[in-house]
Design a protein around this ligand. Structure first.
Ligand SMILES: [Cu+2]
Length: 483
Protein backbone atom coordinates (compact mmCIF):
# COMPACT_ATOMS: atom_id res chain seq x y z
CA UNK A 1 0.00 0.00 0.00
CA UNK A 2 1.36 3.28 -1.00
CA UNK A 3 -0.82 5.57 0.97
CA UNK A 4 2.27 7.36 2.19
CA UNK A 5 2.56 8.89 -1.24
CA UNK A 6 -1.14 9.53 -1.68
CA UNK A 7 -1.13 13.06 -0.48
CA UNK A 8 2.36 14.05 -1.42
CA UNK A 9 2.13 17.25 -3.41
CA UNK A 10 3.85 17.27 -6.73
CA UNK A 11 6.61 19.86 -6.60
CA UNK A 12 6.28 22.85 -8.83
CA UNK A 13 10.00 23.11 -9.32
CA UNK A 14 11.33 19.61 -9.22
CA UNK A 15 14.88 18.85 -8.38
CA UNK A 16 16.98 17.49 -11.23
CA UNK A 17 16.96 13.70 -11.52
CA UNK A 18 19.29 11.93 -9.12
CA UNK A 19 22.39 10.30 -10.61
CA UNK A 20 22.73 6.57 -10.96
CA UNK A 21 20.33 3.89 -12.15
CA UNK A 22 16.66 4.59 -12.14
CA UNK A 23 14.86 3.63 -8.99
CA UNK A 24 11.63 1.72 -8.70
CA UNK A 25 9.57 4.83 -9.20
CA UNK A 26 8.18 6.54 -12.20
CA UNK A 27 5.26 6.11 -14.46
CA UNK A 28 7.16 3.72 -16.69
CA UNK A 29 7.91 1.55 -13.70
CA UNK A 30 4.28 1.66 -12.74
CA UNK A 31 3.29 0.28 -16.07
CA UNK A 32 5.94 -2.38 -15.86
CA UNK A 33 4.58 -3.47 -12.50
CA UNK A 34 1.07 -3.60 -13.82
CA UNK A 35 1.65 -6.07 -16.60
CA UNK A 36 0.65 -9.03 -14.44
CA UNK A 37 -2.69 -7.37 -13.86
CA UNK A 38 -3.17 -6.44 -17.47
CA UNK A 39 -3.37 -10.05 -18.46
CA UNK A 40 -6.43 -10.41 -16.29
CA UNK A 41 -8.94 -8.57 -18.35
CA UNK A 42 -7.47 -5.20 -19.09
CA UNK A 43 -6.23 -5.96 -22.53
CA UNK A 44 -3.36 -4.07 -23.99
CA UNK A 45 -5.82 -3.13 -26.65
CA UNK A 46 -7.02 -0.48 -24.27
CA UNK A 47 -4.56 1.82 -25.89
CA UNK A 48 -7.45 3.38 -27.68
CA UNK A 49 -7.82 7.07 -27.96
CA UNK A 50 -9.45 9.03 -25.23
CA UNK A 51 -12.60 10.96 -25.63
CA UNK A 52 -11.94 14.58 -26.31
CA UNK A 53 -15.26 16.25 -26.27
CA UNK A 54 -16.65 19.63 -25.53
CA UNK A 55 -14.03 21.98 -26.89
CA UNK A 56 -15.10 25.38 -25.74
CA UNK A 57 -15.93 27.52 -28.71
CA UNK A 58 -15.27 31.16 -28.85
CA UNK A 59 -11.71 31.13 -27.76
CA UNK A 60 -9.23 32.51 -30.17
CA UNK A 61 -6.66 30.13 -28.86
CA UNK A 62 -8.63 26.95 -29.47
CA UNK A 63 -7.13 26.21 -32.83
CA UNK A 64 -3.62 26.96 -31.74
CA UNK A 65 -3.25 23.63 -30.01
CA UNK A 66 -0.83 22.17 -32.48
CA UNK A 67 2.24 23.76 -33.86
CA UNK A 68 1.92 26.83 -31.76
CA UNK A 69 5.12 28.33 -30.61
CA UNK A 70 4.71 31.91 -29.86
CA UNK A 71 7.51 34.31 -30.42
CA UNK A 72 7.90 34.54 -26.67
CA UNK A 73 7.63 30.76 -26.33
CA UNK A 74 5.64 31.17 -23.10
CA UNK A 75 1.99 30.92 -24.05
CA UNK A 76 0.33 27.78 -22.69
CA UNK A 77 -1.03 25.85 -25.67
CA UNK A 78 -4.22 24.93 -23.89
CA UNK A 79 -4.93 28.26 -22.26
CA UNK A 80 -8.61 29.11 -22.51
CA UNK A 81 -9.57 25.60 -23.61
CA UNK A 82 -12.11 23.57 -21.73
CA UNK A 83 -11.59 19.84 -22.12
CA UNK A 84 -13.91 17.11 -20.95
CA UNK A 85 -12.88 13.47 -20.67
CA UNK A 86 -15.15 10.44 -20.42
CA UNK A 87 -13.46 8.00 -18.09
CA UNK A 88 -14.63 4.49 -17.33
CA UNK A 89 -13.75 2.80 -14.06
CA UNK A 90 -14.04 -0.95 -13.79
CA UNK A 91 -12.82 -3.63 -11.48
CA UNK A 92 -9.13 -2.82 -11.41
CA UNK A 93 -8.84 -0.74 -14.54
CA UNK A 94 -9.21 2.82 -15.74
CA UNK A 95 -10.13 3.39 -19.35
CA UNK A 96 -8.56 5.12 -21.21
CA UNK A 97 -5.26 4.08 -19.66
CA UNK A 98 -3.86 7.62 -19.81
CA UNK A 99 -4.80 11.10 -20.91
CA UNK A 100 -2.85 13.94 -22.41
CA UNK A 101 -3.78 17.55 -21.80
CA UNK A 102 -2.42 20.68 -23.51
CA UNK A 103 -0.77 22.84 -20.88
CA UNK A 104 -3.17 25.46 -19.53
CA UNK A 105 -6.40 23.67 -20.46
CA UNK A 106 -9.29 23.55 -18.03
CA UNK A 107 -10.19 19.89 -17.37
CA UNK A 108 -13.49 18.29 -16.45
CA UNK A 109 -13.92 14.52 -16.10
CA UNK A 110 -17.10 12.52 -16.51
CA UNK A 111 -16.44 9.37 -14.52
CA UNK A 112 -18.54 6.21 -14.89
CA UNK A 113 -18.24 3.28 -12.51
CA UNK A 114 -18.90 0.17 -14.59
CA UNK A 115 -17.39 -2.18 -12.03
CA UNK A 116 -19.10 -4.36 -9.48
CA UNK A 117 -17.75 -2.50 -6.50
CA UNK A 118 -17.09 1.04 -5.36
CA UNK A 119 -14.42 3.07 -7.11
CA UNK A 120 -13.37 6.64 -7.52
CA UNK A 121 -10.84 8.68 -9.42
CA UNK A 122 -8.94 11.15 -7.28
CA UNK A 123 -6.56 13.66 -8.79
CA UNK A 124 -3.27 13.32 -6.90
CA UNK A 125 -5.14 11.36 -4.24
CA UNK A 126 -7.35 14.27 -3.23
CA UNK A 127 -10.40 13.46 -1.16
CA UNK A 128 -13.03 12.37 -3.69
CA UNK A 129 -16.36 10.62 -3.13
CA UNK A 130 -16.68 6.92 -3.89
CA UNK A 131 -19.03 5.93 -6.69
CA UNK A 132 -21.27 2.92 -6.26
CA UNK A 133 -21.49 0.42 -9.13
CA UNK A 134 -23.41 2.05 -11.98
CA UNK A 135 -22.96 5.53 -10.58
CA UNK A 136 -21.32 8.39 -12.42
CA UNK A 137 -20.16 11.87 -11.57
CA UNK A 138 -18.68 14.94 -13.21
CA UNK A 139 -15.74 16.56 -11.51
CA UNK A 140 -14.00 19.78 -12.45
CA UNK A 141 -10.27 19.41 -12.09
CA UNK A 142 -9.46 22.84 -13.52
CA UNK A 143 -6.06 23.69 -14.95
CA UNK A 144 -3.46 21.04 -14.20
CA UNK A 145 -0.06 22.65 -14.14
CA UNK A 146 2.15 19.59 -14.52
CA UNK A 147 2.05 15.91 -15.44
CA UNK A 148 0.61 13.89 -12.64
CA UNK A 149 -1.69 10.99 -11.81
CA UNK A 150 -5.19 10.27 -10.62
CA UNK A 151 -6.16 7.01 -8.95
CA UNK A 152 -8.82 5.07 -7.13
CA UNK A 153 -8.66 5.68 -3.39
CA UNK A 154 -10.02 2.28 -2.38
CA UNK A 155 -7.20 0.38 -0.72
CA UNK A 156 -5.24 -1.68 -3.17
CA UNK A 157 -7.01 -0.48 -6.28
CA UNK A 158 -4.26 1.91 -7.28
CA UNK A 159 -1.65 -0.81 -7.05
CA UNK A 160 -3.96 -3.18 -8.87
CA UNK A 161 -4.07 -0.92 -11.91
CA UNK A 162 -6.54 1.85 -11.19
CA UNK A 163 -4.11 4.61 -11.96
CA UNK A 164 -4.51 7.27 -14.64
CA UNK A 165 -1.33 9.01 -15.74
CA UNK A 166 -2.00 12.53 -16.93
CA UNK A 167 0.52 14.00 -19.29
CA UNK A 168 0.67 17.75 -19.66
CA UNK A 169 1.77 18.44 -23.21
CA UNK A 170 4.70 20.73 -23.59
CA UNK A 171 6.14 20.12 -20.15
CA UNK A 172 9.94 19.99 -20.08
CA UNK A 173 11.07 16.36 -20.19
CA UNK A 174 13.54 16.86 -17.37
CA UNK A 175 10.80 17.92 -15.00
CA UNK A 176 8.82 14.79 -15.80
CA UNK A 177 11.79 12.50 -15.26
CA UNK A 178 12.67 14.09 -11.95
CA UNK A 179 9.17 13.78 -10.67
CA UNK A 180 8.86 10.20 -11.82
CA UNK A 181 11.90 9.25 -9.76
CA UNK A 182 10.51 11.10 -6.78
CA UNK A 183 6.90 10.05 -6.67
CA UNK A 184 6.58 6.54 -8.02
CA UNK A 185 6.36 4.11 -5.18
CA UNK A 186 7.50 5.96 -2.12
CA UNK A 187 10.32 4.44 -0.16
CA UNK A 188 9.56 1.17 1.52
CA UNK A 189 12.54 0.06 3.50
CA UNK A 190 10.77 -1.87 6.23
CA UNK A 191 13.00 -4.79 7.08
CA UNK A 192 12.97 -7.63 9.57
CA UNK A 193 15.90 -8.01 11.90
CA UNK A 194 16.29 -11.79 12.21
CA UNK A 195 18.13 -11.40 15.52
CA UNK A 196 15.62 -9.05 17.14
CA UNK A 197 13.59 -10.22 20.10
CA UNK A 198 9.98 -9.30 20.77
CA UNK A 199 9.04 -7.08 23.70
CA UNK A 200 8.70 -8.67 27.12
CA UNK A 201 4.91 -8.49 26.99
CA UNK A 202 4.68 -10.17 23.58
CA UNK A 203 2.49 -13.25 23.52
CA UNK A 204 2.62 -15.90 20.79
CA UNK A 205 -0.57 -17.13 19.18
CA UNK A 206 -1.68 -20.26 21.04
CA UNK A 207 -1.50 -22.96 18.34
CA UNK A 208 -3.61 -25.44 20.34
CA UNK A 209 -6.61 -26.78 18.47
CA UNK A 210 -9.50 -26.10 20.80
CA UNK A 211 -12.02 -28.93 21.13
CA UNK A 212 -15.06 -28.62 18.91
CA UNK A 213 -17.88 -27.07 20.88
CA UNK A 214 -20.58 -29.46 21.97
CA UNK A 215 -23.47 -30.01 19.64
CA UNK A 216 -23.65 -29.98 15.92
CA UNK A 217 -24.19 -26.28 15.33
CA UNK A 218 -21.60 -23.56 15.49
CA UNK A 219 -22.67 -19.93 15.56
CA UNK A 220 -19.75 -17.62 15.01
CA UNK A 221 -19.58 -13.85 14.58
CA UNK A 222 -16.60 -12.67 12.58
CA UNK A 223 -15.97 -8.93 12.63
CA UNK A 224 -13.66 -7.54 9.99
CA UNK A 225 -11.24 -5.20 11.72
CA UNK A 226 -8.37 -3.33 10.13
CA UNK A 227 -5.78 -2.90 12.83
CA UNK A 228 -2.07 -2.55 13.45
CA UNK A 229 -0.43 -5.81 14.50
CA UNK A 230 3.17 -6.76 15.08
CA UNK A 231 4.32 -9.35 12.52
CA UNK A 232 7.96 -9.61 13.55
CA UNK A 233 9.88 -8.06 16.43
CA UNK A 234 9.50 -4.30 16.04
CA UNK A 235 7.71 -4.57 12.68
CA UNK A 236 4.11 -3.39 12.64
CA UNK A 237 1.70 -3.53 9.77
CA UNK A 238 -1.92 -2.69 9.25
CA UNK A 239 -3.52 -6.11 9.03
CA UNK A 240 -6.99 -6.73 7.74
CA UNK A 241 -8.40 -9.30 10.12
CA UNK A 242 -11.30 -11.44 11.15
CA UNK A 243 -11.84 -10.73 14.86
CA UNK A 244 -8.58 -8.87 15.23
CA UNK A 245 -6.06 -11.59 14.43
CA UNK A 246 -4.32 -12.79 11.29
CA UNK A 247 -4.86 -15.67 10.77
CA UNK A 248 -8.43 -15.39 11.98
CA UNK A 249 -9.90 -17.78 14.54
CA UNK A 250 -9.74 -21.52 13.89
CA UNK A 251 -13.23 -22.99 13.60
CA UNK A 252 -13.60 -26.63 14.59
CA UNK A 253 -16.35 -29.17 14.08
CA UNK A 254 -17.26 -32.55 12.69
CA UNK A 255 -18.71 -33.85 9.47
CA UNK A 256 -22.41 -33.02 9.42
CA UNK A 257 -22.12 -29.97 11.67
CA UNK A 258 -23.75 -26.71 10.60
CA UNK A 259 -21.74 -23.52 10.79
CA UNK A 260 -23.61 -20.23 10.87
CA UNK A 261 -21.29 -17.30 10.37
CA UNK A 262 -22.37 -13.73 10.99
CA UNK A 263 -19.88 -11.57 9.11
CA UNK A 264 -19.78 -7.90 10.12
CA UNK A 265 -17.69 -5.40 8.21
CA UNK A 266 -16.22 -2.99 10.76
CA UNK A 267 -13.51 -2.01 8.28
CA UNK A 268 -13.10 0.98 6.03
CA UNK A 269 -13.48 -0.84 2.71
CA UNK A 270 -15.42 -3.68 1.16
CA UNK A 271 -14.71 -7.21 2.38
CA UNK A 272 -16.17 -10.70 2.15
CA UNK A 273 -15.58 -14.26 3.26
CA UNK A 274 -15.18 -17.47 1.29
CA UNK A 275 -15.17 -20.77 3.17
CA UNK A 276 -13.49 -23.54 1.25
CA UNK A 277 -15.28 -25.89 3.66
CA UNK A 278 -18.63 -24.99 2.07
CA UNK A 279 -20.63 -25.67 -1.06
CA UNK A 280 -22.68 -22.50 -1.55
CA UNK A 281 -23.41 -19.97 -4.29
CA UNK A 282 -20.42 -17.63 -4.32
CA UNK A 283 -22.44 -14.65 -5.51
CA UNK A 284 -24.73 -14.98 -2.47
CA UNK A 285 -22.83 -16.02 0.65
CA UNK A 286 -19.43 -14.89 -0.61
CA UNK A 287 -20.64 -11.51 -1.76
CA UNK A 288 -18.68 -8.42 -0.91
CA UNK A 289 -20.19 -6.13 1.72
CA UNK A 290 -19.55 -2.48 2.42
CA UNK A 291 -18.32 -0.99 5.69
CA UNK A 292 -21.12 -1.21 8.25
CA UNK A 293 -22.90 -4.03 6.47
CA UNK A 294 -23.19 -7.64 7.56
CA UNK A 295 -24.21 -10.96 6.10
CA UNK A 296 -25.06 -14.45 7.26
CA UNK A 297 -23.27 -17.39 5.75
CA UNK A 298 -24.44 -20.87 6.65
CA UNK A 299 -22.95 -24.13 5.53
CA UNK A 300 -22.99 -27.76 6.49
CA UNK A 301 -19.61 -29.41 6.81
CA UNK A 302 -20.00 -32.23 4.33
CA UNK A 303 -16.37 -33.23 4.12
CA UNK A 304 -13.57 -33.71 6.61
CA UNK A 305 -10.35 -31.80 6.33
CA UNK A 306 -8.73 -28.51 7.15
CA UNK A 307 -10.07 -25.84 4.88
CA UNK A 308 -9.00 -22.27 4.24
CA UNK A 309 -11.35 -19.35 4.59
CA UNK A 310 -10.43 -15.95 3.21
CA UNK A 311 -11.68 -12.61 1.96
CA UNK A 312 -12.52 -12.53 -1.72
CA UNK A 313 -12.81 -8.78 -2.24
CA UNK A 314 -10.78 -7.36 -5.11
CA UNK A 315 -7.84 -7.48 -5.34
CA UNK A 316 -8.09 -10.81 -3.58
CA UNK A 317 -4.35 -11.25 -3.28
CA UNK A 318 -4.21 -7.96 -1.41
CA UNK A 319 -6.91 -8.91 1.07
CA UNK A 320 -5.39 -12.35 1.65
CA UNK A 321 -1.89 -10.94 1.74
CA UNK A 322 -2.94 -8.44 4.38
CA UNK A 323 -4.16 -11.14 6.73
CA UNK A 324 -7.71 -12.08 5.74
CA UNK A 325 -7.47 -15.84 6.04
CA UNK A 326 -8.02 -18.59 8.56
CA UNK A 327 -8.82 -22.28 8.85
CA UNK A 328 -11.79 -24.53 9.49
CA UNK A 329 -11.00 -27.97 10.90
CA UNK A 330 -13.55 -30.69 10.26
CA UNK A 331 -12.50 -33.87 12.04
CA UNK A 332 -12.57 -37.08 10.03
CA UNK A 333 -14.69 -39.82 11.65
CA UNK A 334 -12.99 -41.87 14.33
CA UNK A 335 -10.10 -39.51 14.71
CA UNK A 336 -8.01 -40.83 17.60
CA UNK A 337 -7.12 -38.66 20.55
CA UNK A 338 -3.55 -37.47 20.73
CA UNK A 339 -1.51 -35.87 23.50
CA UNK A 340 -0.92 -32.61 21.70
CA UNK A 341 -2.94 -31.21 18.80
CA UNK A 342 -2.03 -27.91 17.17
CA UNK A 343 -2.83 -25.89 14.06
CA UNK A 344 -0.26 -24.06 11.96
CA UNK A 345 -1.32 -21.76 9.16
CA UNK A 346 1.49 -20.74 6.85
CA UNK A 347 1.41 -17.43 5.03
CA UNK A 348 3.69 -14.82 3.55
CA UNK A 349 4.41 -11.26 4.64
CA UNK A 350 4.94 -8.61 1.98
CA UNK A 351 5.88 -5.64 4.08
CA UNK A 352 4.65 -2.18 3.35
CA UNK A 353 6.02 0.84 5.18
CA UNK A 354 6.01 0.56 8.96
CA UNK A 355 2.45 0.86 10.26
CA UNK A 356 0.92 0.51 6.78
CA UNK A 357 -0.72 -2.40 4.97
CA UNK A 358 1.41 -4.82 2.97
CA UNK A 359 2.86 -4.05 -0.43
CA UNK A 360 0.60 -5.23 -3.24
CA UNK A 361 3.32 -5.02 -5.85
CA UNK A 362 5.46 -7.40 -3.82
CA UNK A 363 2.50 -9.77 -3.51
CA UNK A 364 1.95 -9.74 -7.25
CA UNK A 365 5.63 -10.35 -7.87
CA UNK A 366 5.95 -13.14 -5.28
CA UNK A 367 8.55 -11.00 -3.55
CA UNK A 368 7.80 -11.83 0.07
CA UNK A 369 9.78 -10.52 3.01
CA UNK A 370 8.89 -13.47 5.21
CA UNK A 371 7.03 -16.76 5.43
CA UNK A 372 5.45 -17.34 8.80
CA UNK A 373 3.45 -19.77 10.91
CA UNK A 374 0.32 -18.28 12.49
CA UNK A 375 1.18 -14.77 11.38
CA UNK A 376 4.45 -13.98 13.15
CA UNK A 377 8.08 -14.28 12.13
CA UNK A 378 9.83 -17.30 13.71
CA UNK A 379 6.96 -17.28 16.20
CA UNK A 380 7.53 -20.68 17.74
CA UNK A 381 11.28 -20.39 17.70
CA UNK A 382 10.85 -17.28 19.85
CA UNK A 383 8.32 -19.15 21.99
CA UNK A 384 8.86 -22.92 21.57
CA UNK A 385 5.89 -25.28 21.84
CA UNK A 386 6.29 -27.49 24.86
CA UNK A 387 5.67 -31.21 24.46
CA UNK A 388 6.09 -33.99 27.02
CA UNK A 389 8.56 -36.74 26.05
CA UNK A 390 6.93 -39.62 24.24
CA UNK A 391 3.86 -37.58 23.36
CA UNK A 392 1.91 -38.27 20.27
CA UNK A 393 1.49 -35.02 18.35
CA UNK A 394 -0.93 -34.07 15.59
CA UNK A 395 -0.19 -30.94 13.57
CA UNK A 396 -2.95 -29.61 11.36
CA UNK A 397 -1.54 -27.59 8.49
CA UNK A 398 -3.13 -25.07 6.19
CA UNK A 399 -1.24 -23.08 3.62
CA UNK A 400 -2.91 -19.69 3.18
CA UNK A 401 -0.24 -18.46 0.77
CA UNK A 402 -1.09 -16.39 -1.14
CA UNK A 403 1.78 -17.61 -3.33
CA UNK A 404 4.25 -19.94 -1.70
CA UNK A 405 4.07 -23.67 -1.26
CA UNK A 406 4.72 -25.44 2.02
CA UNK A 407 6.96 -28.40 2.74
CA UNK A 408 6.32 -29.19 6.37
CA UNK A 409 9.04 -31.12 8.11
CA UNK A 410 9.93 -31.78 11.72
CA UNK A 411 13.63 -32.27 12.30
CA UNK A 412 14.33 -35.39 14.32
CA UNK A 413 11.22 -37.42 13.66
CA UNK A 414 9.27 -39.22 10.95
CA UNK A 415 5.55 -38.91 10.34
CA UNK A 416 3.72 -42.24 10.76
CA UNK A 417 0.38 -40.69 9.80
CA UNK A 418 -0.28 -38.28 6.96
CA UNK A 419 -3.62 -36.92 5.84
CA UNK A 420 -3.65 -34.66 2.82
CA UNK A 421 -6.60 -33.07 1.08
CA UNK A 422 -9.30 -35.48 2.16
CA UNK A 423 -7.51 -38.78 2.51
CA UNK A 424 -4.97 -40.64 4.55
CA UNK A 425 -1.76 -41.12 2.63
CA UNK A 426 -0.22 -43.00 5.48
CA UNK A 427 -1.49 -44.73 8.61
CA UNK A 428 0.26 -46.96 11.11
CA UNK A 429 -0.43 -50.65 11.32
CA UNK A 430 0.50 -51.74 7.84
CA UNK A 431 3.86 -53.49 7.90
CA UNK A 432 4.46 -52.76 4.24
CA UNK A 433 4.08 -49.04 4.71
CA UNK A 434 7.01 -46.67 5.19
CA UNK A 435 7.31 -43.30 6.86
CA UNK A 436 6.89 -39.75 5.64
CA UNK A 437 9.43 -36.97 6.06
CA UNK A 438 7.63 -33.93 4.61
CA UNK A 439 4.06 -32.91 3.78
CA UNK A 440 3.74 -30.71 0.72
CA UNK A 441 0.86 -28.27 0.43
CA UNK A 442 0.15 -25.75 -2.29
CA UNK A 443 -1.74 -22.55 -1.46
CA UNK A 444 -5.03 -23.35 0.32
CA UNK A 445 -4.29 -27.04 0.57
CA UNK A 446 -4.44 -28.63 3.98
CA UNK A 447 -3.84 -31.77 5.97
CA UNK A 448 -2.33 -33.13 9.14
CA UNK A 449 0.63 -35.17 10.25
CA UNK A 450 1.16 -37.29 13.37
CA UNK A 451 4.37 -38.30 15.02
CA UNK A 452 6.06 -38.87 18.35
CA UNK A 453 9.01 -37.06 19.85
CA UNK A 454 10.51 -39.74 22.07
CA UNK A 455 13.57 -38.10 23.58
CA UNK A 456 14.00 -34.85 25.46
CA UNK A 457 15.43 -32.11 23.27
CA UNK A 458 14.65 -29.35 20.77
CA UNK A 459 13.01 -30.42 17.52
CA UNK A 460 12.78 -27.67 14.90
CA UNK A 461 9.79 -27.63 12.58
CA UNK A 462 10.09 -25.82 9.29
CA UNK A 463 9.05 -25.54 5.74
CA UNK A 464 11.86 -27.36 3.98
CA UNK A 465 11.71 -24.81 1.19
CA UNK A 466 14.92 -23.46 2.58
CA UNK A 467 14.72 -19.83 1.61
CA UNK A 468 11.39 -19.63 3.39
CA UNK A 469 12.67 -21.37 6.48
CA UNK A 470 15.40 -18.76 6.53
CA UNK A 471 12.79 -16.02 6.40
CA UNK A 472 10.58 -16.78 9.34
CA UNK A 473 9.11 -20.26 8.84
CA UNK A 474 10.84 -21.85 11.79
CA UNK A 475 9.50 -23.15 15.07
CA UNK A 476 10.65 -25.51 17.79
CA UNK A 477 9.07 -28.34 19.74
CA UNK A 478 10.68 -28.29 23.14
CA UNK A 479 10.46 -31.78 24.55
CA UNK A 480 11.03 -32.15 28.26
CA UNK A 481 13.01 -28.94 28.47
CA UNK A 482 15.98 -28.20 26.25
CA UNK A 483 19.25 -29.92 26.82
CU1 LIG B 1 -11.14 -8.06 2.58
Amino acid sequence: MLSNSANTPVPDSPEPPPPGPAGRGGIAAWFGSLFPMLTGGVALGLLVGFALIGFAPGSGLTMAASGQTSAAGAAAPGAGKKLSFDIELGDMYVKPPSISVPRGADVTVNVFNKGNQQHTLALEGADTPLLDPGESATWHWGVISRSTQAWCLVAGHKDAGMLLPITIEGEPAQAVAARGAADGTGSNDTTIDASAKPAADWKPVDPTLQPAEGGTTHDVTLRVQEKILEVAPGVKQVRWTYNGTAPGPVLHGRVGDVFTIHLVNDGTMEHSIDFHASKVAPNVEMRTIKPGESLDYQFKAQFAGIFTYHCGADPMIYHMGNGMYGAVVVDPPKLAKVDKEIVLVQSELHLGPQGQPGDLKKMLAGDQDAVVFNGYYNQYALAPIKVAPGSRVRVWLDNAGPNENMAFHVVGTIFDTVWKEGAYRLRPGNAEQGGSQTLDLQPTQGGFVEFTLPDAGSYPFITHKMMNMSHGALGIFEVGGTR
